[in-house]
Design a protein around this ligand. Structure first.
Ligand code: GLY
Length: 441
């Protein structure tokens, strides 16, 4: 029987989880990444290339030389630079949107304008700026305490600054806006929203938009949601695939808006959205609102959904590519807790090039899984970079058990690392529930 040769692009824990799902689905896995992910190295039997993930010529050559049947793109950078257009022009099918459609993540201004034009229900008030002209007037008329500043382009999740969290006066807001303009970017000022965030990740074939279990991520570096914003310190999902502060109607509203956005992208750009579409929503006292879309799976959130798949992931990828994702996609009814270990000092002054020691045997005994993130393999050893290092995942019948498994497994990874002990705990979940009820009352 002819095997399917599949290439995964990207070097992080999300890509490790995607590679794991592909390998489980029976593909022959290949990997192309900017530094060596030890998990993908093993899953692909060393069929890997370490090279820039945006050198499209090299990727095309690699695909041709290895008779790659299709490519899955993990991170946003190559998507927003047009990797799918280039690969598909060379006859190589992809799971990921073309540049025109990936703009839903690549440009915050494009995203808000699209939502406004197509009257998407969960949209919020915003205004775009390409200079400081009119910024002070906008702040004065709306009140500085209502302001969120977002650079237009990609910032690796670290560009958004919120009044009260990162900006504490009108001067702070103006200074940050000036900094963005000096960096040759534009920005939008958005309404600050109070509520509880949730992530809805979907599989999209151009028309069908299939939802997956809801996940909640934790952006702040330290326990009790303290400290600077990060790429995400960990996430959880619950065995009923819902969250206790989100109703089925909220999910239907969110999914409906995502379907309308996919449709709007097709009408507006002439390009069908195909790949993964990530919706970051917030539930407020006034219904759900959209914070942002990503043209990819979430990191860490991919780790909360892919390991639960009961449907073959290869069939899902083929469904996306062939535009016939018209079957039911099933997930195990289990809870998951993912905790990220990050280098000490992350995200401000992370300790780089530090040894990470993983006790694989003990972690397996507990029944936990782990995913290599921004660490690199040199010889037989693993070292930190300046970003999140290892994702540790507990899966079980209840959130408590899943959290317990993840927390125990963290103890078997040694190095100059830290993690948030509170992610997935009952007390943090209760805090979220109480926050939501206080807003609703
Ligand atoms: N967890 C946030 C993101 O993937 O963008």
């Amino acid at each position: 029987m002819k095997m399917t040769n599949c290439l995964i692009i990207g070097h992080g824990a999300r890509e490790h989880a995607i590679g794991e799902a592909l390998a489980k689905a029976g593909v022959d896995l290949y990997a192309f990444m900017s530094f060596k992910n030890a998990g993908l190295d093993e899953l692909s039997n060393n069929r890997i290339i370490i090279h820039s993930e945006t050198d499209f010529e090299e990727i095309i050559n690699f695909c041709k030389n290895n008779k790659i049947d299709f490519v899955v793109i993990g991170p946003e950078d190559p998507l927003c630079k047009g990797i799918v257009n280039r690969l598909e022009d060379n006859g190589i099918p992809c799971v990921g949107p073309k540049i025109e459609a990936a703009k839903i993540e690549g440009s915050k201004i494009f995203m808000r304008e699209l939502l406004e034009k197509y009257n998407i229900k969960s949209n919020i008030k915003s205004k775009k700026f390409n200079s400081l002209d009119g910024v002070e007037e906008y702040i004065d008329s709306n009140g500085e305490e209502t302001i969120v500043v977002k650079p237009d382009g990609l910032t690796g999740g670290k560009g958004v600054k919120v009044y009260g969290d990162h900006l504490f006066s009108k001067e702070d807001i103006l200074t940050y806006c000036e900094e963005i303009i000096k960096n040759n970017d534009n920005f939008i000022l958005e309404e600050k929203i109070d509520g509880e965030e949730f992530t809805l990740q979907t599989f999209v074939d151009g028309k069908n938009v299939i939802g997956t279990p809801l996940v909640q991520d934790h952006k702040r570096a330290f326990e009790n949601d303290d400290g600077p914003n990060t790429g995400g310190m960990g996430s959880y999902s619950i065995e009923d695939h819902l969250l206790p502060f989100i109703t089925k109607d909220d999910i239907n509203d969110a999914l409906n808006d995502m379907k309308e956005v996919v449709n709007a992208i097709r009408i507006e750009t002439g390009v069908k959205y195909k790949g993964f579409l990530y919706g970051q929503f917030i539930k407020t006292s006034n219904g759900i609102k959209i914070i942002e879309f990503n043209a990819r799976l979430g990191d860490p959130e991919a780790m909360n959904i892919l390991p639960l798949l009961k449907t073959n992931f290869l069939d899902i990828c083929k469904g996306i590519i062939n535009e016939n994702l018209n079957f039911t996609i099933e997930f195990e009814k289990k809870a998951t807790v993912c905790k990220y270990l990050a280098p000490e000092g992350y995200p401000i002054s992370p300790k780089k090039d530090e040894l990470v020691e993983i006790n694989d045997k003990e972690i397996s005994k507990i029944g936990a899984r782990y995913y290599y993130a921004s660490v690199y393999k040199k010889g037989e050893n693993i070292f930190t970079t300046s970003s999140r290092a290892m994702g540790v995942l507990g899966i079980s019948n209840s959130l408590e058990e899943a959290e317990n498994i993840a927390e125990k497994a963290v103890g078997f990874i040694k190095g100059k690392l830290f993690h948030r002990k509170d992610i997935g705990t009952r007390s943090l979940l209760q805090k979220r529930i109480n926050h939501m009820s206080s807003l609703q009352n």
